[in-house]
Design a protein around this ligand. Structure first.
Ligand code: GLU
Length: 393
């Protein structure tokens, strides 16, 4: 007897995560003993700051090991409220906040609780690989906004031109993954204004919120007036900012109705993130001076790497915009195309095979002809990568 098993239509539509696939290639190559330079995944190479680990150990000792409310521990909700009050002067209600299993679930919750199959959703290229797949899950139509002409910075004008009567949502990501570009505050505000005028909601993926290199400025939609905030769902995460990827704690901040919908969905999926991880995150935010110190130390190192890597890529003939945030470079590799190398996937493959460097092909981010280079890797490895690339191109 054979079962004729077939996955659902929603899963058929879905592509596997290109970033996680690249990371898996790197892991496999490493396990074969190769000297791999892994510039694939966006994962801090720093360990979680010790004081945050201690909070989790202490939380375990205190017996915070049971279910929490779906929306998260009160202590974490309070700490998130305190963070936005301190940093952006806005006081959210606890009924606007849900703790999620990483930033990915935050976006999943926000999309699935808002979007119907006959809606249109705007994504600005290059977008994080999971955005289109999450939207595809709903069956809605994706409308991509090209930004190459504006150096990968989304403009209000482009958003205005892309909105139709069917547009229900735009997912905005600044600092952007994979471009690292930052939308200037005034422009971002204008984008939200245009959306609000047309009754379009905004998911603001602020997962790299604090990873901004001066003179660019940190901007959160939390600083917008209440009437604009009502159209926005902030997706945040502890993963990148505090080097806590494996802890899987993120959150959403949105209007009460949207939050109620997301809580309903989450109550039937993960319930909530791990209890003692939530408590550690709450204490990390409450003890901000110590946490901020650790954050700034990491930021200074990312900044040093950026200042080395981007000029070095440009000098190799791989033109690359200067990213103002996050920890990615997104060089244009079209200049290397020839009889053999016809796509950015071919180029990424060349780096993999000839130099044992793992990057992520830009096509997964919606832009052919670029590769993403994560500089969440040791400085010396970046130098070595540049030398290896110099040898092969
Ligand atoms: N967000 C990171 C990246 O883009 C982690 C991997 C993932 O979840 O996609 O590499």
């Amino acid at each position: 007897m054979s079962s004729n098993f077939t996955v659902s239509e929603a899963i058929k539509r879905m592509q596997p995560s290109a970033t996680l696939a690249a990371a898996a290639v790197a892991a496999e190559l490493k396990s074969s003993g190769a000297d791999v330079i892994d510039l694939s995944i966006g994962e801090p190479d720093f360990d979680t700051p010790q004081h945050i680990k201690n909070y989790a150990i202490d939380a375990l000792r205190r017996g915070i090991t049971k279910y929490t409310p779906t929306a998260g521990l009160k202590s974490l909700q309070k700490a998130i409220i305190g963070f936005y009050e301190r940093e952006f002067g806005t006081t959210f209600g606890a009924n606007q906040i849900i703790a999620t299993v990483g930033g990915k679930q935050a976006i999943f919750n926000a999309v699935l609780s808002l979007i119907n199959a006959d809606d249109e959703v705007l994504l600005h290229q290059p977008y994080w690989v999971s955005f289109p797949e999450i939207v595809n899950f709903t069956g809605a139509k994706i409308v991509e906004i090209e930004t190459e002409a504006t150096h990968f910075v989304l403009t209000a004008e482009a958003v205005k031109n892309a909105i139709t009567d069917k547009t229900k949502l735009i997912i905005v990501n600044s600092p952007g993954n994979p471009s690292g570009r930052v939308i200037p505050s005034d422009e971002f505000r204008r984008i939200v204004e245009i959306c609000a005028e047309r009754n379009v909601y905004v998911i603001s993926d602020e997962c790299y919120l604090k990873f901004v290199y001066p003179p660019a400025e940190v901007f959160s939609t939390a600083s917008l007036p209440k009437e604009l905030q009502d159209f926005v769902c902030i997706a945040g995460t502890f993963s990148k900012t505090f080097a806590m990827t494996g802890w899987r704690v993120g959150y959403t901040v949105a209007n009460q109705e949207w939050t109620r919908g997301m809580a309903k969905l989450q109550s039937h999926s993960t319930s909530h993130p791990t209890s003692f991880a939530q408590e550690a995150c709450a204490l990390a935010l409450d003890n901000w001076d110590e946490t901020n110190l650790a954050l700034n130390q990491m930021l200074a190192e990312y900044s040093r790497r950026r200042d080395y890597l981007i000029p070095a890529l440009n000098e190799l003939g791989l033109p690359c915009e200067m990213p103002e945030g996050a920890f990615y470079a997104f060089p244009n590799v079209r200049g290397c195309f020839d009889g053999q190398i016809k796509t950015s996937a071919d180029f990424a493959d060349l780096l993999l095979k000839e130099a044992h460097i793992v990057t992520t092909d830009g096509a997964g981010f919606g832009v052919e002809g670029f590769v993403r280079v994560s500089y969440a890797a040791k400085f010396e490895r970046l130098q070595e990568a540049i030398e290896r690339i110099r040898r092969i191109i």
